[in-house]
Design a protein around this ligand. Structure first.
Ligand SMILES: Cc1cc2nc3c(=O)[nH]c(=O)nc-3n(C[C@H](O)[C@H](O)[C@H](O)COP(=O)(O)O)c2cc1C
Length: 187
């Protein structure tokens, strides 16, 4: 699948059919994650694959009652270890590990879509509860739960702000209106 097709047609999927995702596809998604850029190429993102129904229900509860999460075939939990990044980058480390996680997550969402799967980025959860459920040491950060499965919905694209509303030319506030006509995908 062309990268632009994946970017434009990926949607957050929150309904899944009852069909397990093949291990080859899970491995492919994790390959996409580990090839994301990372600060200093330190590669501090780690992942937990959760397919146990009881644990998926507990994760749904930790995600403030987002019970649709438990219908996914697997939930991949995205973590970072921060000690090496902290030692090298000091106060910026907290931001940097978040950027690393976000880059890995976006690769995973696009890879899932390209493999015919549905997925969603879930970061609204109680971190301590997730740590408890999955036995994660507290020095790691938990960034996201990514429920993945075969989709049971095809949502319409939600609104996006047009290029001309988010882009400036040479200085902040100077809108680059001419890009409006060059936008290739509808708002
Ligand atoms: C940082 C972040 C946290 C998110 N957390 C949740 C969440 O907890 N639950 C959820 O259903 N969607 C969550 N989303 C998904 C957004 O709601 C979704 O990306 C947005 O509505 C745009 O829809 P689209 O992904 O289909 O383009 C999150 C997205 C991001 C980037």
């Amino acid at each position: 699948m062309d990268v632009f097709e994946a970017i434009f047609f990926r949607r957050s999927i929150r309904k899944f059919i009852d069909k397990p995702v093949e291990e080859e596809k899970i491995a492919r998604i994790l390959d996409a994650a580990r090839w994301a850029p990372s600060i200093g190429n330190l590669q501090e993102c780690e992942f937990i694959i959760v397919d146990d129904l009881g644990k998926k229900i507990q994760l749904s509860e930790a995600a403030l009652g987002q019970y649709w999460i438990s219908q996914a075939s697997v939930v991949i939990v995205v973590l970072t270890k921060n000690d090496r990044v902290s030692r090298l980058y000091g106060k910026k480390a907290d931001d940097f590990v978040k950027y690393d996680a976000a880059a890995a997550i976006q690769n995973m969402l696009l890879a899932a879509h390209a493999l015919g799967l549905g997925a969603c980025w879930v970061s609204v959860f109680e971190e301590e509860a997730v740590e408890r459920i999955l036995n994660i040491p507290s020095e790691l950060d938990v960034h996201a739960l990514i429920p993945i499965g075969y989709p049971a919905e095809k949502p319409n694209p939600p609104h996006r702000r047009g290029i001309e509303f988010i882009t400036y030319f040479n200085e902040y506030g100077n809108r680059w209106i001419k890009l409006k006509e060059k936008q290739t995908f509808p708002a």
